[in-house]
Design a binder for this molecule. Structure first.
Ligand SMILES: [Zn+2]
Length: 263
């Protein structure tokens, strides 16, 4: 499979990459970090009432802690794609891919991340930089963990409802942040027709099948010159239509990159 992928990338005019849940940062590991333990147990004691704080802790954790295996996998991907015209679609919201060496102008993250906040009701379709709100909330948590129930959530300046992070977990997700990059991706895709295309689908399951899984299968099927590679620890099977031009691998995609393409 290593040689097949290297040959397909070398031959390709364009490389399309899908990044799925196997690359997602495991935020459950946050619970094992002592700086969060007390805050999390106080939140859990209060149940629903304080749950709004958890995403702020996740953002803080994501900024402070690395997942070395995933980072290494992104860097391997970066070296595989050197000099190539590529585009990456990611389903993850941890934003880690934007901190890698991969070209930010060639990555679209339609599920959002922790960069912006939006109104929970999305009353105004506005996006607000999350930095200040996050810094203040985290500072309040750390100063007075015992008074955590007195911390006030940030609210929408327009309607007074809570502010939430601008990602798919928002009850009424505002999609404006990623749409310019999505347009760029759609134009890029139009340019793949009748060109040598290599498709790498890495660690993508069925959580959001309309983002990567189904469209990629269709693109691979319609393009006569496509090579299709699918890697996933359990959902690695290829559809009938792709059997001729595709190879799949039953392995976690992060492990696969690290085990197969030693840097
Ligand atoms: Zn509002």
């Amino acid at each position: 499979m290593k040689t097949r992928i290297e040959e397909a990338i070398a031959k390709a005019d364009l490389v399309l990459i899908g990044i799925g849940e196997e690359f997602a940062c495991d935020v459950q590991k946050m619970k094992r970090k002592s700086e969060y333990t007390e805050i999390i147990s106080r939140i859990e004691n209060k149940k629903e009432e304080l749950n709004w704080i958890l995403p702020f802790l996740v953002k803080d954790y994501l900024e402070k802690y690395q997942d070395e295996c995933v980072e290494e996998a992104y860097e391997i991907l970066h070296s595989l794609l050197q000099g190539k015209n590529y585009f990456i679609v990611t389903e993850n919201i941890d934003g880690k891919i934007f901190k890698s060496s991969l070209d930010k102008e060639r990555i679209v993250a339609p599920c959002g991340n922790y960069t912006y906040m939006q109104c929970e009701e999305n009353c105004c379709h506005e996006l607000l930089s999350a930095e200040q709100y996050a810094a203040e909330t985290i500072a309040s948590c750390k100063i007075s963990a015992e008074h955590i129930d007195q911390i006030k959530p940030p609210v929408c300046p327009r309607c007074g409802e809570r502010l939430v992070f601008n990602n798919v977990q928002a009850p009424s997700y505002e999609e404006a942040a990623y749409l310019p990059m999505w347009d760029k991706y759609m134009k890029w895709l139009q340019g793949t027709l009748n060109r040598n295309l290599c498709i790498l689908e890495l660690g993508v399951g069925f959580r959001y099948p309309t983002i990567i899984r189904w469209p990629f299968e269709k693109i691979g099927f319609l393009n006569q010159k496509a090579d299709f590679f699918r890697v996933h620890h359990s959902l690695y099977q290829l559809s009938e239509e792709l059997k001729g031009k595709g190879i799949s691998k039953e392995e976690n995609a992060v492990d696969f990159l690290r085990n197969t393409f030693v840097q």
